[in-house]
Design a protein around this ligand. Structure first.
Ligand code: PMV
Length: 333
C-alpha cells in the first residue's frame, strides 16, 4: 500500500446556465488552469489531521471516531465530510479493510478561495481521488464525482454539482443537475477574459434569494430557467462551432435573465458594460452572482481594450487557461 499521494484538481468557471442548473436545466462549465492540491497520507494513529493554510486551518486534529461530528470549522468541512463519505462508501462495499486507522490531509491552492473558482469542490474531489488511489479502491471519475456531489449536498443542502464535475473531469462540460448528463465538449480553448469584482459572494445565500423571489411568482422564475436552458443548448452549438460572436450574444442574453433573477450587482454590471463598450462579443457574471467574477468573450484585437475597460471600473483581471485537465495524480510514494 502506498504511503502518501498528492492529487491536483482544477478550479472552474461557469460559462452559461447558473441558477437554472440547480433546477434540472443544463449549464456549460470550463475547468481553469489554477489548481487545488491535496496530499493524503494514511497513518497508524486513529486521528484525522488537516492543514489547509489557504483557508486558515492549521494542525486541525480529531479522533477518527469523531469525524463529521460536532461543529466543524468552515475551512475543514468539505475535506472532513469527504473523508466521511469515502469511508462510508468503502463500508458499503465491505472494503473497510482497505483503510488504515488515521488520515492526514494537507491542501494548498493556486487561487484565492475568494474568487469563486470552486476551491471547496476541488479540494473535495482531490481528497476523494487521493483516498481512492491510496486505498486502491480505484473509483472511476463518475464514482468520484458522485461522492464529491454528495459531500457538497451534505454541507450546503443545495447545488447542482457542476463545480465538482469540472474538478473531476476537467475540460469544458455540458452538464445537467446532479450529473444526469456530463458531456465533454471537444474544444481547445476559449478567448475568455475574467474580471474579479473584489466582492465575495455566498452561493447558498444567492440560491436562497432566488428561491424567495420564486415564491412570489414561481411561473415567472420557471420561465426564466426555461429560457436559460434554451440558450445553453444554442451556446453548446456555438461553442463547438467556435462561433464566438453568437456565443457572446448568448452570454448577453443570459446576463439579462440573471439580472431578472436579481443576482447581478452594480459592480458586476459596470464591469460587464465596460467590457461590451470596449468591443467584447459578450459578457456576463459567472457563478452565483452577488460578487465573484464576470467573464467576457472578445475578438483578439479587442482583448487589451476589454481588459483595460474592466480595470478602469475597479475590476481585477485574472489570467486563466480554460479547458484544463481534470483531477490527476501529481506524486505518490
Ligand atoms: O457560486 P458558484 O461559483 O459556485 O456558482 C454557483 C452556481 C449555481 O448555479 C448558482 C449553483 C450551482 O451549484 O449550480
Amino acid at each position: 500500500m502506498k504511503r502518501e499521494i498528492t492529487i491536483s484538481a482544477p478550479g472552474k468557471l461557469m460559462l452559461l446556465g447558473e441558477h437554472a442548473v440547480v433546477y434540472n436545466r443544463p449549464c456549460i462549465v470550463t475547468a481553469v488552469g489554477q489548481r487545488m492540491r491535496a496530499t493524503v497520507e494514511l497513518t497508524e494513529k486513529s486521528t484525522f489531521q488537516l492543514n489547509a493554510p489557504d483557508v486558515q486551518i492549521a494542525n486541525y486534529q480529531k479522533p477518527m471516531d469523531q469525524l463529521g461530528i460536532g461543529d466543524l470549522p468552515k475551512g475543514a468541512k468539505f475535506v472532513e465530510i469527504a473523508v466521511v463519505n469515502f469511508l462510508r462508501s468503502l463500508l458499503e462495499y465491505s472494503r473497510s479493510d482497505l483503510v488504515k486507522p488515521g488520515v492526514k490531509v494537507s491542501t494548498t491552492s493556486e487561487f484565492s478561495s475568494q474568487f469563486g473558482f470552486g476551491s471547496s469542490s476541488a479540494s473535495t474531489v482531490c481528497v476523494i481521488k487521493a483516498l481512492s488511489e491510496i486505498t486502491e479502491a480505484n473509483l472511476n471519475n463518475k464514482e468520484i464525482f458522485d461522492l464529491a456531489y454528495k459531500t457538497v449536498l451534505d454541507i450546503q443542502g443545495k447545488g447542482s454539482g457542476f463545480d465538482a464535475a469540472a474538478a473531476t473531469f476537467g475540460g469544458t462540460l455540458y452538464f445537467v443537475t446532479g450529473g444526469k448528463t456530463i458531456e465533454p465538449l471537444n474544444i481547445d480553448s476559449l478567448p475568455l477574459i475574467v474580471g474579479y469584482s473584489g466582492i465575495k459572494a455566498d452561493t447558498v445565500t444567492l440560491i436562497n434569494q432566488v428561491k424567495e423571489k420564486a415564491g412570489g411568482n414561481p411561473q415567472a422564475v420557471e420561465d426564466i430557467y426555461d429560457n436559460i436552458g434554451k440558450l445553453v443548448e444554442q451556446a453548446k452549438l456555438a461553442l463547438l462551432g467556435k462561433d464566438w460572436q453568437s456565443l457572446g450574444e448568448l452570454m448577453n442574453e443570459n446576463q439579462k435573465l440573471l439580472t431578472k433573477l436579481g443576482v447581478s450587482i452594480n459592480k458586476l454590471d459596470d464591469m460587464i458594460a465596460a467590457a461590451l463598450k470596449a468591443g467584447a462579443y459578450g459578457a456576463k457574471l459567472s457563478g452565483a452572482g452577488g460578487g465573484d467574477c464576470m467573464i467576457a468573450l472578445a475578438p483578439e484585437d479587442k482583448v487589451q481594450a476589454v481588459k483595460d475597460g474592466i480595470t478602469s471600473v475597479g475590476g481585477q483581471i485574472i489570467e486563466v487557461e480554460t479547458n484544463a485537465e481534470g483531477a490527476r495524480i501529481e506524486t505518490r510514494d
